[in-house]
Design a protein around this ligand. Sequence first.
Ligand SMILES: *Cc1c(COP(=O)(O)O)cnc(C)c1O
Length: 365
Amino acid sequence: MRIFYSNPTEQYKSKKKQIDKSIRDVLNGSSYILGKNVQKFERELSNYIGTKYSVGVANGTDAIEIALRAFDISKGDEVISVSHTALASIAAIVSTGATPVLIDVKKDDFTINADLIKKNITKKTKAILVVHIYGKAADMNEILKISKKFNIKIIEDVSQAHGAKYNNKYLGSFGDISTFSFYPTKNLGAIGDGGALCTNNLKLSEKIKKIRQYGWNKFRKAEIIGRNSRLDEIQAAILRVKLKHLNNDIKKRQKIALIYKKKINNKNIIHPKVQNFKEHAFHLYVLKVKKRDKLIKFLKKNGIICGIHYPTPIHLQPGYKSIIKIRDKLKNTESLSKEIISIPIYPELEIFKVNKICKIINKFY
Ligand SMILES: *Cc1c(COP(=O)(O)O)cnc(C)c1O
């Protein structure tokens, strides 16, 4: 028996009947591109998150790039974000021509250190890309204050935090624009690629729709420069099925996280800081551990396959090093990359397996 840190196949199997039917309906339908499933999913997603508008796109990287383009951010501009994130976040900034200015995260909850944002604002700063890493909200109160004071746009990268909350409101409803990935392992995952943007601003949502499709307006006239980044109709149909189960799935993730918190006890292990178990979406459960690489091998031998999110900070990636700007050393980011381990967490993971994982980790030290 092998247990993986995430398992999208198990998720498909648990919802197979509904998903298979929704795919068949698309196949037998009359519109394969931006059809009724994409339209309905966009409405359902914005209703869920609590924004007025939502636009489906091809993936989460495109969603961030399109958000930046909607603000006309390009070469010469700076976008503040973190190095402790998925490469996707920063690849999106780079693709607009803007310069990513990367700052350190807090070592206890892994999110952006809001105090460092102010220190890194220049005349060129146009936006802050806030990543709610692992399903945990960044300090939105502080960040929104900074955004107001300095007139800088906030883009929330919610790719790891579908269904997470902050002060009782869903993440993705705080920024000027929020972006989502539906990569299969995410809390809300397609069976292929998918992405979306949410906003309360009608003009922005219309501009995003144009950029998504060559720059076209409703009459297929290109008023601005765009590209092709459409959410696929079949993926939208699948996402509509899964969105209905999202809150229940997150409750299951929270339950697993609580068991880990209670049952994994060792001075060599530090649990993630969680302010509120009911608001954290636990996309990943990330421990800081001593002897990380030995632990990973030991767990693998026992059938438990863990992940590292992420082993190489973005500012140390060979392909990106030279275009990233860093003003201070990213001490926490660099030490975290050597200590973190993502242990299995997904809604279909049975509790007896969770207990077994706790036992095996405790046994190692
Ligand atoms: C998954 C992810 C993305 C986007 O990924 P895609 O593969 O392009 O859908 C962006 N940011 C973060 C933090 C992610 O985890």
